[in-house]
Design a protein around this ligand. Structure first.
Ligand code: S3P
Length: 181
């Protein structure tokens, strides 16, 4: 069973778009932790935050991450807050090659245009500064868990996907070599 390819990183870095395309090329199932969560909870993310609170969302997220990480041969994209929980980081690292997607703040702002879908940004007066601050707080967590980093700012998805797949090949080859010796 091959290791999963897991994409992590901040909101609006293109994890779902690139993940879906990586899965198609690798001919593997694609799982999006946010999409699974919405399916299981039976309501959209902003409604979960509003009715049940962020803690309930994080609890759903933790259970779904544990479930998907325990499988192999998958391409998985994670919600932007998932890697902040050490339990999530641990189970993902144990079963997966982890590629961190990054983007400059202006590119993130462009991609998360409709903030109503992203409760972490919905009620802030200065979303640009908030993204900068939150990004600075979260970067060390992302970096700690990542095997490789791919910047997606102003780059076509195809190019980003090729770079992710090249890393995936390199990391799995390196890990296989370590397991042999
Ligand atoms: C969140 C990011 C979102 C989603 C939720 C919380 C976060 O996922 O999980 O709104 O804490 O950064 P995306 O990174 O796919 O937007």
């Amino acid at each position: 069973m091959a290791k999963n390819l897991v994409l992590i990183g901040f909101m609006g870095t293109g994890k779902s778009t690139a993940g879906r395309q990586c899965a198609r090329i690798l001919d593997r199932p694609f799982l999006d932790t946010d999409a699974l969560l919405v399916e299981r909870a039976g309501k959209p993310i902003p409604q979960i935050f509003a009715e049940d609170g962020e803690a309930a969302f994080r609890d759903w997220e933790r259970r779904i991450v544990a479930e998907v990480a325990s499988q192999g041969d998958k391409v998985i994209s994670t919600g932007g807050g998932a890697m902040l929980n050490p339990d999530n980081a641990r189970v993902i690292r144990a079963s997966s090659c982890v590629v961190l997607l990054t983007a400059k703040t202006f590119a993130i702002m462009r991609r998360v245009g409709d903030r109503r879908n992203r409760p972490m940004l919905a009620n802030v007066s200065d979303p640009y500064s908030h993204v900068v601050e939150l990004g600075a707080k979260r970067s060390p967590f992302y970096e700690l868990s990542a095997d490789a980093l791919v910047d997606t700012t102003d780059r076509p998805v195809d190019e980003v996907v090729q770079e992710i797949l090249a890393w995936y090949e390199q990391i799995t080859a390196r890990q296989a070599h370590h397991e042999e010796v």
